[in-house]
Design a protein around this ligand. Sequence first.
Ligand SMILES: [Fe+2]
Length: 255
Amino acid sequence: MIDLHTHILPGVDDGATDLEMALAMGRFASEGGITTIAATPHFYEIPTWSLVKQKVEELQNEFRNAQIPVDIVPGAELLMDMGIMDMEARDIPTYGDQGKFCLIEFPLQQVPMYAEQVLFNLQTKGITPIIAHPERYGSVVENPNLALGWLRQGCLVQMNSGSILGRFGSAVKETAKIMLTSNMVQLVASDGHGSDRRRLNLPEAFDALVEIVGASRARELVETNPRSILNGDFQLKVEPVEYRKRRRSFFSRFA
Ligand SMILES: [Fe+2]
């Protein structure tokens, strides 16, 4: 499996606090069957993209010394902000520094009015935005079809494995299921912050994922799609569909 959303870089954000924890996260991931991890620190907490890349190289060396067989790819989690529109393409953190796919999160409470504009601006720079964990956003829980707008605009959607496992409550879990069965998700990742509660739990969610979407689609979400994103050749194969809430009709209550 390939985990494209982790806070494994030590001492840069609210993820791994030190090298020891980062190594523990790496070992745990490897034991669960993860071969590649993208380090995606909160970009507002780390000063520059070049520093992220340097820290990834350092951690990869530490993994090698500790014989942890996991590759680390540089990335970052951007926070939706108007300022992104002023950034040069080369300064925007993209997976593997390929200038093709970036991870971007929105504030949990509400989707900003300017979101569509910022996403479009990234696309004009040749970058496909991947929306981080929309199933956790209040407005998406209320209306999962909001994700359709981003997908139709050409963005991709990353879901947290913890959402599938119910770590963020039953409403988020329910939203995750709706989005998965409506083909609104292209990749699942852990968003792991440490080695305890918010650990790299992508392998733990795999069985639940198989139950919802079947084995072959589950594989796509944790392996094939993340790999093609890292290769820069991802193509959307499964069209998302609108979620229609099934309401019980007046007469069915008497049936
Ligand atoms: Fe994150």
